[in-house]
Design a protein around this ligand. Sequence first.
Ligand code: TRP
Length: 332
Amino acid sequence: MGKKISCTGIKPTGTPHIGNYFGAIKPALELTEDYDARYFIADYHALNSIKDPVEIKNSTYEVAATWLACGLDPAKALIYRQSSVQATFELSTLLMAFTPKGLMNRAHAYKAITADNLENNRDADDGVNMGLFTYPILMAADILQFDSDVVPVGKDQAQHLEMTVDIAQNINYNYKKELIKIPQALIRDSVATIPGLDGRKMSKSYNNYIPMFMESNKLRKLIMKIITNSQTVEEPKDPDTCNIFSLFKLFATKTEIATLRNKYLAGGMGWGSAKKELFEVMDRTLSPLRIRYNEIISDKSYIDKILDEGSLKAQEIASQKMNFLRKEIGLG
Ligand code: TRP
């Protein structure tokens, strides 16, 4: 029996920070061990908000280079551009006929925008394009075209996955057979456990993040800026409430973690030296990734080649599924 299929979309939003890495990239890449994994860059989803061709193109390259640098092996897993697979958009059109408009009205993202508009005395749909409104339908097509078994996503995407299941069930119910596989969401715990420089959850919107591919010198300076309490060097410190220690645990070995824990508890260690230790383990992990990232991003034709090859394979699978569905529903 073949491996089960996992599928996930990545929005092109430039280079990620280490919260993204541990919260999304690493766990998604770990699935390639046990699953036939398919990753794509959701550039048509991005188009709803990014209208600058240069920005969308560069972000696509950056995101592809990031995943490749972090270990995505194109020989083992599929990576492609969403926009290159025409069958996805045909499936999306098919799914529209099985998607109640009311379902879209209830999407959290859409509701948040309309609520904000109304609060600010604007028309409810101000700034909402149909791509945004129908976002969950295209997302369902991304997933259902592969008969995906699992979809690894963050908590914020849980409702979109429920909608995907709803839409697929509507189709199967109508034709009284399983034309489409019902996928299962693999919801990751939130990345709230990864603290930023100020101790709050690491996030671009708080501007407290540590970029993945920062030069060592800059990384050192940034780590020195981590906010700590005002305990003196002599005082024993609590590792379990410390953001430096939380970050350290992500990068260090078990022995290193135990050693630093003891230094915290013993007292006599200042925040400066804890930060220095953090920098060392972090740079050890991130340096090779940064070097690889810089190599890849400077060779756009290499990225194009990988994405084009992936797109061809994805198009083949998706168009087969579309041919099957077209026949089943009486369209060809
Ligand atoms: N909506 C997802 C996000 O914002 C990206 C995405 C698009 C996706 N299509 C998908 C995720 C299909 C999983 C499966 O992160």
